[in-house]
Design a protein around this ligand. Structure first.
Ligand code: C5P
Length: 231
């Protein structure tokens, strides 16, 4: 059944889904790879649509797959689909340009984080609503982290207690994300990085193990197991 979004919601979600997914091995663009018989993007959008504050969802899809993605998502939720760009940042910018008037909060969420709980979407949005301009969900880093040189020789050990692994959805006051993309130069791997360059403080909130980014074949296998276990 097609989910309804909330016409009185204050949140727009941008979903960059235009990546090739090279690290998953050869095949379709990553967002269209199957997880338990459905594309990663379908899982991700279904969970976003289940978050009560979401007013609109804009997906940036591979340019060659626009019609396919529209057909795929039509039964899932009312979604705007635009062509993504060569870099993740360009895909986010394209989606941001298509956000309708209304929502004051914009979340950016990787399609590859297909099992992200709706409660995490709401928690990030709530932190922005409560006054932070930029909010990111994070997990502590569990492994010891080394910095290495080009020859894989260790340069030093990083203090793990001060490190965080960053997930999505990342949440922003709409004007702040728009301003950050307007001045963006070198492509970065996340949107909070752009906002940091503006000097805007970025708040960390607890992330979720279930928001893992499906990147390598092992992640796909893990996500299949989690789904089978009822996540
Ligand atoms: O490559 P990475 O894993 O960082 O990609 C994160 C998200 O950004 C994925 O959902 C991917 O589809 C998306 N992406 C995009 N446009 C690109 C590259 C990546 O929308 N050109």
């Amino acid at each position: 059944m097609t989910a309804q979004l909330n016409p009185r919601g204050d949140v727009a979600v941008l979903v960059p889904a235009a990546g090739a997914g090279v690290r998953l091995g050869p095949g379709r663009p990553k967002a269209l790879r199957l997880l338990a018989g459905e594309p990663l993007l379908v899982h991700a959008v279904r969970r976003l649509a289940a978050a009560g504050s979401v007013h609109s969802i804009v997906v940036a899809a591979p340019a060659a797959e626009l019609d396919a993605v529209r057909r795929l998502l039509a039964p899932v939720a009312p979604v705007t689909v635009v062509a993504g760009g060569a870099e993740r940042q360009a895909s986010v910018a394209a989606a941001l340009a298509a956000v309708p008037a209304g929502p004051d909060i914009v979340l950016v969420h990787d399609a590859a984080r297909a099992l992200t709980p709706p409660a995490l979407v709401e928690a990030v949005a709530a932190a922005v609503r409560a006054g932070d301009d930029a909010v990111i969900p994070v997990l502590p880093v569990v492994d010891t982290v080394k910095e290495v040189d080009a020859a894989e020789l260790v340069l030093g050990t990083v203090d793990r207690s001060a490190l965080r692994a960053v997930q999505t959805p990342q949440g922003f006051r709409r004007e702040v994300l728009t301003a950050a993309h307007a001045v963006a130069a070198d492509p970065l791997t996340d949107d909070a990085g752009l906002v940091e360059k503006l000097g805007v403080p970025v708040r960390c909130v607890p992330g979720s193990e279930y928001a893992l980014k499906v990147t390598r074949p092992f992640d796909l296998a893990l996500a299949e197991h989690l789904l089978a276990a009822g996540v």
